[in-house]
Design a protein around this ligand. Structure first.
Ligand code: FE
Length: 173
């Protein structure tokens, strides 16, 4: 249906479904406040943006200030990534994800995240579905993360840095 010229700038006039969740708008996704980076490991942090407990995924920025192997993991669900700064690669592939690259990581794949020696800082926006299944080179399970373990880490960290354990609630849907 064609809208008339008068309708073009008219906001939608009907209510949204009452069951619809609230939107999330974060003005500084790459934060000025260092406390918003949740420590993950030495010189590795994540910045939560959306922790989706209703379907089990999370959106976050991963920030790394070290080189070498970060983790080896399997994804039962898909992962989408976009590199905002620096670069990284997987030991299993010959491509390198550089600033501006988009990466689709297919369900079922296991790979080893590696940051090259000359990278001072890497920041990548990741959408992770389901679980990060950490394993050794032969697939033996050594740990996992899901949206609930990420949520726990955020709560603990935000409490410790004085933002309050409830600070994370704004990212939860
Ligand atoms: Fe991955």
């Amino acid at each position: 249906m064609q809208a008339s010229a008068a309708d073009a700038l008219t906001p939608y006039q009907l209510p949204n479904p009452p069951e619809a969740l609230r939107d999330i708008v974060i003005e500084s996704a790459i934060p000025q406040d260092e406390r918003l980076w949740v420590p993950q490991a030495e010189n590795v942090w994540f910045r939560p943006l959306c922790l989706n407990v209703s379907t089990g995924y999370w959106m976050n920025l991963l920030r790394v200030r070290r080189s070498g192997v970060l983790s080896r993991h399997r994804h039962p669900g898909a992962v989408h990534g976009m590199v905002l700064k620096g670069c990284w690669r997987y030991l299993e592939h010959d491509w390198i994800a550089t600033q501006g690259s988009y990466v689709f990581e297919p369900p079922g794949e296991t790979h080893t995240l590696y940051v090259p020696e000359d990278v001072e800082e890497m920041i990548t926006y990741f959408q992770v579905n389901g679980v990060m299944y950490y394993c050794d080179p032969y697939g033996n399970h050594i740990g996992y993360e899901d949206v609930f373990t990420k949520l726990d880490m955020c709560r603990r960290h935000f409490g410790q840095v004085g933002l309050g354990v409830d600070y994370v609630d704004q990212f939860v849907r």
